[in-house]
Design a protein around this ligand. Structure first.
Ligand code: ATP
Ligand code: FE
Length: 331
């Protein structure tokens, strides 16, 4: 079985060809990062146009790299949400054109389910039930995956996701946003003292597994203001002291942002094990999961509670075409 996957839910146009044994035959991503930097976020109409411009080329390239034509495909899979509806439509229309033209079935895929299940491509031991933490710019979800299509949501964000907090903090700190805020903060944080600025850990008084990052975001903004950091001066031209004080904020923010994840994961694991004692893995996926500090800290928590951490490589953590096609049981 060979499936073409198409993903256009947000700002990346992605396509991949995957075989049912889990082999990724090709993967092509066209990013709108330059648009994002220019306009400071995703503007749906503009993103839709950008998708429309490149979708044919991205799909063609994915087929070429896999040495396939449409005739070799068994099915076409496509993200159907959550995401920007204007953008999703570009992918769905493309999938329809191919499926219609070559008489193939279309498989609609839930984008977040894909983020959780893509781990099965790399970890062959991963069996249901398992837990998953999805951390990206728009989502902060803790789920218990009992079986294909059977998910229990253990926690979600009540306001912002952690990636949004990384992105805004990076912007206010005047960091280079050409990739995205997350990697810029991760890098700068290595130069700072993570205990120099005291931020409070979100939602300590709520004994559940939900998340909140809006308050921490505000705390970061206030710290930046009180240290008189001017985001208009890019970090590359900041003085030594200025750079150090930005690094201290980045490191302190990251420590607390991740501590919040650690606390909620620990509680969720303890809950979930009562329901499903056979759980062995916690999958961490989404753009923020490519952060080394995040991985290391979560690894400690997960091991302490008797589980194993499964972290797909960065190219599978973020939005991509093959995370829409791994849903093997769905075929
Ligand atoms: P969705 O929530 O719909 O999946 P998204 O576009 O945010 O949307 P991703 O591509 O999975 O999805 O994730 C991007 C996010 O991940 C951004 O907020 C980015 O800052 C963050 N990110 C990427 N790399 C890192 C990193 N090294 N450290 C922290 N955050 C990171
Ligand atoms: Fe995503």
């Amino acid at each position: 079985i060979v499936v073409l996957g198409i993903e256009t839910s947000c700002d990346d146009t992605a396509a991949a060809v995957v075989r049912s044994d889990g082999e990724i035959l090709s993967q092509v991503i066209s990013s709108q990062a330059d648009l994002l930097v220019k306009y400071g976020g995703v503007a749906p109409k503009m993103a839709e146009e950008a998708h429309s411009q490149v979708i044919d080329q991205v799909v063609q390239e994915a087929l070429d790299k896999a040495y396939m034509t449409e005739k070799d495909l068994t099915a076409v899979a496509v993200s159907i949400g959550p995401g920007l509806s204007l953008c999703l439509r570009v992918g769905v229309q493309k999938a329809r054109r191919i499926a219609g033209g070559f008489n193939l079935p279309i498989i609609g895929i839930h984008h977040m389910e894909a983020h959780a299940l893509v781990a099965r491509l790399i970890e062959k031991d991963l069996q249901f039930p398992f837990m998953a933490l999805l951390i990206s710019g728009g989502h902060n979800l803790l789920i218990l995956a009992r079986d294909l299509g059977q998910y229990i949501q253990l926690g979600t964000t009540i306001d912002d996701a952690i990636g949004e907090a990384y992105d805004k903090s990076a912007k206010w700190l005047g960091l280079d946003l050409s990739r995205s805020g997350g990697p810029a903060i991760e890098e700068l944080a290595r130069e700072g003292n993570a205990k120099s600025v005291s931020f409070s850990i979100p939602m300590r008084q709520h004994k559940d597994c939900n998340f909140s990052y809006a308050g921490l975001k505000t705390q970061v903004r206030l710290a930046i203001e009180s240290k008189k950091i001017d985001a208009k001066i890019p970090i590359s031209s900041a003085s030594y002291e200025d750079r150090l004080s930005r690094a201290d904020i980045a490191a302190s923010f990251q420590r607390i942002a991740v501590l919040h994840l650690e606390e909620r994961c620990e509680r969720a694991i303890q809950w979930a094990l009562k329901m499903e004692p056979s759980i062995k893995h916690l999958v961490v996926s989404g753009g923020v999961a490519s952060n080394q500090y995040v991985r290391a800290r979560l690894d400690t928590v997960v091991k302490k509670n008797g589980l194993q951490l499964v972290c797909p490589p960065p190219r599978l953590c973020t939005d991509n075409g093959n995370h829409v096609i791994f849903r093997r049981g769905g075929l």
